[in-house]
Design a protein around this ligand. Structure first.
Ligand code: ADP
Ligand code: MG
Length: 359
């Protein structure tokens, strides 16, 4: 299947790409108005777009082998059932809402970003879609605005309450650069990845069953802690000794957030070597495990194997926790070797992991 056969149109007028992402440092900080440090992964989403020759929008996802043909009215009346079309049509809608004219299109999407694995296939889909539409209709929007429109589409039309990290990372970072983002002010810096290092991402194979409830509980605890400390958000605390007055478990939850924000700033300012950057990642994992309590035995085992493997500078769980994936910073050129060796040991311990980045 390709654009031509699906839409019976000679060729797409534009093609646009956007990558998935992984967060290197700054976990559970975004809803505390804090700092994050994601980078793009090599996997990308590709969209091809041509003008529709009827008044319908036509979408096709190669990953899902699903075709959607719709008029604008059917979306508005909530008739559209296909979940993924909400992301695409949501992007179109938010652009229309600010006054751009987007005539009906044929849009073909294919992606090497795994769907629903925490590597942000949703943001990649949105950013690629808006990039393609920007090109086709010559829209005067910049890359930051693309991220903002993309986030809005995901919240309002896919009904996912997401922050802006994923869309910003997909729009502004690439595999050689990471994005420092202040989630309160949106102040940001695009920085080169630590020289001589590459990223390895391994999925633990443990489904994130408790992620939803655990996540909401942590958010509530952080709000409570901020209130008791008399600040708007935990991001306003920089001196970690201030959390000592809090009752447990708020003390440890707040300590994670404060130290994690400090680790992101430290990575920007004071890191002279790959080893130092890696140590910040290791400390992040310990903090997520002991203070924030969002790790599970499988993630601890996988991180432990990674940290003990020569050529690995640092490793930690990434994403919300309670299962999901790990990210490691490893010596460039060694990533495949290291990922395979680690996976073998991890699987030997009775788990079924999966290399997502680095194979
Ligand atoms: P993640 O962003 O971590 O991959 P999400 O649950 O946020 O996980 O987003 C996954 C959803 O995004 C999919 O269920 C699907 O609706 C949509 N999606 C992303 N990429 C594609 C694609 N290539 N084709 C169709 N739908 C996609
Ligand atoms: Mg997502």
């Amino acid at each position: 299947m390709n654009f031509q056969t699906i839409f019976n149109q000679k060729f797409p007028q534009v093609e646009a790409l956007a990558p998935g992402r992984v967060n290197l440092l700054g976990e559970h900080t975004d809803y505390n108005d804090g700092f994050v440090l994601p980078t793009a992964i090599p996997q990308q989403t590709v969209v091809q777009i041509g003008l529709s020759d009827d008044r319908m929008y036509h979408f096709y996802s190669e990953n899902l082998d699903e075709r959607v043909d719709m008029v604008e009215e059917s979306f508005k009346s909530g008739e559209m059932q296909e979940e993924y079309a909400r992301y695409i049509f949501g992007c179109i809608q938010v652009l229309k809402e600010v006054g751009y004219t987007i005539s009906p299109i044929n849009l073909y999407v294919k992606s090497s970003v795994p769907l629903g694995s925490g590597l942000s296939s949703s943001a990649a889909l949105e950013v690629a879609t808006i990039r393609g539409i920007r090109q086709l209709f010559n829209l005067p929007i910049d890359d930051v605005e693309i991220a903002q429109f993309a986030q809005k589409a995901e919240i309002q039309y896919a009904h996912v309450q997401c922050g802006i990290m994923d869309q910003m990372a997909s729009s502004l970072a690439d595999t050689e650069h990471m994005l420092f983002l202040d989630t309160r002010t949106l102040e940001r810096r695009v920085l080169p990845l630590p020289e001589g290092a590459k990223i390895v991402v391994i999925d633990s194979g443990v489904p994130r069953t408790l992620a939803g409830s655990g996540y909401n509980e942590r958010r509530a605890e952080c709000e409570q802690a901020a209130q008791l400390l008399g600040v708007k958000a935990l991001r306003d605390i920089t001196d970690v000794s201030l959390v000592e007055t809090l009752p447990e478990p708020l003390r440890r939850r707040a300590r994670h957030v404060v130290t994690e924000n400090n680790r992101v700033l430290e990575a920007l300012q004071n890191v002279a070597s790959l080893e130092q950057f890696g140590e910040l990642m290791n400390a992040s994992h310990a903090s997520l495990r002991d203070d924030y309590e969002v790790s599970v035995p499988a993630l601890d085992i996988l991180v432990d194997i990674l940290q003990k493997t020569p050529g690995v500078f640092g490793a930690r769980l990434t994403g919300a926790g309670f299962g999901g994936a790990t990210v490691a910073l490893v010596a460039a050129g060694e990533e495949k070797n290291i990922a395979e060796k680690v996976l073998e040991q991890y699987n030997h311990a009775g788990y079924t992991g999966n290399i997502l980045v680095g194979a």
